[in-house]
Write a protein that binds this ligand. Sequence first.
Ligand SMILES: Cc1cc2nc3c(=O)[nH]c(=O)nc-3n(C[C@H](O)[C@H](O)[C@H](O)COP(=O)(O)OP(=O)(O)OC[C@H]3O[C@@H](n4cnc5c(N)ncnc54)[C@H](O)[C@@H]3O)c2cc1C
Length: 320
Amino acid sequence: MYKYSDFPWPESVTEMFPNHRQVVAYLEAYARHFGLLGCIRFGHQVVGMEYDGVSEEAMASWGEWSGNDFVVLCIGRFSGVTHIPTFAEGKGPEAFDGQVIHSIEYAKMGTAKAKEMIRSKRVTVVGYLKSALDIAAECAEVNGTAHPCTMVVRTKHWIMPDYFAWGVHISKLYLNRFSELLIHKPGEGFLLSLLATLLTPWECIHPKIPQLAVIGYSESIANLYTSELRAKWLAHFLDGGIRLPSVTAMQNDVLEWEKYMKRYSGQYFRRSGIAILHTWYNDQLCRDMGCKPRRKKGFFKELFEVYRPGDYVDLLPKKQ
Ligand SMILES: Cc1cc2nc3c(=O)[nH]c(=O)nc-3n(C[C@H](O)[C@H](O)[C@H](O)COP(=O)(O)OP(=O)(O)OC[C@H]3O[C@@H](n4cnc5c(N)ncnc54)[C@H](O)[C@@H]3O)c2cc1C
C-alpha cells in the first residue's frame, strides 16, 4: 500500500513493515529514477512569500481562479510546530529523578544510539499519538517483557492493535467499494451527489487563494497513496487539462464538505483523515482527469477488492 503507483519496491525488501532506512532508500530511488534531485535546492528555507500581482480587492471580485505563476506548498503538517510543553517551576523535568528527553531529540539520535539509550532501562512515554506509539514499540522491541515501557496518557484514542480484525485485513473493511456503500458521503441525495460528482474536490486548493495548492495535508492508511493521485490531478490542472468551476461553486462545495465533516466527525471535524472515503475521493480525481474511476476487471472484483496504488498505474489524463 505504501508505494508509488509507477515505482515498485526493490525485491530485496520483503518485510511487511520496512524500517525507516528502507523507506528513505525507496523514496531516494524514486527521486533519482525520475530525475527530481536536480530540481530540488537542498539546505534552503523559505522564510516568506509575497503575492506579486493584482490587489486583494481586485482578486476578491474574480469569479474564477486566474493567474500564471503557481506555488505548491508541501511543507508537511508538523514542520515548525514542535510542541515543547512549559511547566511551572519545580514541576517540570527537573522534578523527575532520571533523564527526560523530547521525541524530537530521540529521533535525532539515530536508531543505534537511541536503542542503546533505552536498553535495560525503565522507560515512560508521555503521550499517545504517532511518535509515542513508535517509541513505545521500539522500547518493546529492545527490552521485551524484562523492562516493559509505561505510557502516560491524557486523552484516550482508539488505536487499532493489528492490521487484521476478526482475521480480515482492515483495508478490506474500508478500502473497497462495498464498504464505502455503508458510509455517508458529502453531497448525498440525488441532486447533491450529482453536484459532488461534477465539482472537483477542493482538498488541495482554496477557492479564494488563487495560484496556490497544498499537497500532503490529508492522511490515510498509507500517505504516498493519498498524495500521489492528488499530485497527478494538480499536474494535469497546471497543464491546462482541467477547467475549474466558478469560485462561488467551489465555495459551496467546501461548505458541503464542512457540513458533512461536522455531522460525522463531531469535535474532530478539523482532522484530515480521508481513509474511509479514499476510493470515492479518488473517483472524483479520476473523473476530473477524464479517466475511468472503476479500474477493476469484473463486477465482484470492483465491489470487494481493495483499491491500491497499482490500480492507478496506467492513468492517462485527458484534456477537457
Ligand atoms: C512519528 C510518525 C510516524 C509516522 N508513520 C507513518 C507511517 O507508518 N505510514 C505513513 O504513511 N505515514 C506515517 N507518518 C506520516 C508521514 O510521515 C507524513 O504523512 C509524510 O511525511 C508527509 O509527507 P510530506 O512530504 O507532505 O511532509 P513532510 O515529510 O513533513 O516534509 C515536509 C518538508 O518540508 C520542509 N519544509 C517545511 N517548511 C519549510 C520551509 N519554510 N522552507 C523549506 N522547506 C520547508 C521540511 O523540512 C520537510 O522536509 C508518520 C508521521 C510521524 C510524525
